[in-house]
Design a protein around this ligand. Structure first.
Ligand SMILES: [Zn+2]
Length: 341
């Protein structure tokens, strides 16, 4: 009798456990937890832990991410506290898998609609440049926000120390060709376009001392079909834009602020194209970021899932080119001697 009662209680207990697991696994919050691991930064790191874990089912992966919410798996991330309570900040960090060369920015690519209403991405082209790029960096730091930079290879070779500051501040750094050539021009053959792309990335790598993000923007947004196919084969994401500031044509900073805000009101969201190379842009940025904050816009930070593997031949070619102007490596004292005074 006692055995029969014990067996019955055990069966009821088992049924309760099975039912509880079924209700939990099929609840909508389990799906939400999966989505959250894709988009938010701390859980993004946890998602990597979960996928590296041999546990096979989705619900159990959710269990892993749900039970250890506050323990980062990777190396400690810089979590500099924002000193400005009114800062624009970063509302969401997205990691981009650049396999196959996805395109972003509705001006040219409409497949990947990942921004929700009022979400924006700040992007800056044509740097690094003295005064203007450091000024843009200061404004972004004051507002505790992040951007994507598309430097010109030549400019990176002139001012590597400024580009290093861009990367050190935590911004994503892609590339924008070696010499800002139009890759859609009839004068440009396929090999020349590849050289512009690869040399640009290698120059950024040489300046940073680290691999760039596989993010590319075509000069003048001139998307050459062969170059696009090539970028796809190199697993480099292509960035167009949703809002083109045309800041290089603006007569002053105010015009840039007003034009960007007006265009954003129409599009409601999107990738904003600006130039850290431009003086008026650097001057406009403090007011623009305050207007964006006041308007309820939220910055999404785009990060690459993995860095670009640059090609050794271009890395080496660039180092050789850069050494050409120097006739020798002897110190000045051994070349020039004062003999009379
Ligand atoms: Zn440009």
């Amino acid at each position: 009798m006692r055995n029969a009662l014990g067996l019955m209680l055990a069966s009821v207990g088992a049924a309760v456990v099975i039912a509880a697991v079924w209700i939990w696994a099929s609840s909508p919050s389990a799906d939400l937890a999966v989505a959250a691991t894709v988009s938010a930064p701390p859980t993004g790191r946890l998602a990597a832990t979960a996928s590296a874990n041999p546990i096979p089912t989705t619900s159990e992966e959710v269990g892993v991410t749900a039970t250890i919410p506050a323990q980062p798996a990777g190396p400690p991330q810089p979590t500099a506290a924002c000193a400005n309570p009114e800062a624009l900040g970063v509302s969401r960090v997205v990691e981009i898998d650049t396999t196959g060369g996805p395109g972003f920015g509705f001006a040219h690519f409409k497949q990947l609609d990942f921004l929700t209403d009022k979400e924006i991405v700040l992007t800056f082209d044509d740097g690094p440049w003295p005064v203007n790029t450091p000024s843009v960096l200061k404004t972004l730091a004051d507002e505790c926000t992040k951007a994507v930079f598309f430097p010109i290879g030549k400019h990176a070779s002139y001012r590597p120390e400024i580009l290093k500051q861009v990367a050190a501040a935590g911004h994503s750094v892609g590339a924008h060709t070696w010499s800002h050539a139009n890759l859609n021009s009839k004068k440009m053959n396929e090999q020349q376009a590849r050289d512009e792309i690869e040399k640009g990335f290698s120059a950024v790598k040489l300046a940073l001392g680290a691999a760039p993000s596989p993010f590319f923007r075509f000069p003048q947004l001139q998307h050459g079909p062969a170059a696009m196919a090539y970028l796809g084969s190199r697993n480099v994401a292509i960035f167009s834009c949703d809002v083109d500031s045309f800041d290089f044509k603006a007569k002053d900073a105010t015009q840039i602020v007003n034009s960007v805000m007006a265009k954003l009101e129409k599009s409601g969201k999107g990738i904003i194209l600006m130039h850290d190379f431009q003086k008026h842009t650097a001057e406009a940025l403090p007011a623009l970021l305050r207007r964006l904050k006041a308007g309820g816009y939220k910055v999404v930070q785009m990060k690459a899932k993995a860095p670009l593997q640059t090609l050794a031949e271009y890395d080496e070619g660039l180092v050789k080119d850069m050494k050409l102007p120097a006739v020798g490596t002897r110190p000045v004292g051994s070349v020039v001697q004062t003999v009379t005074k």
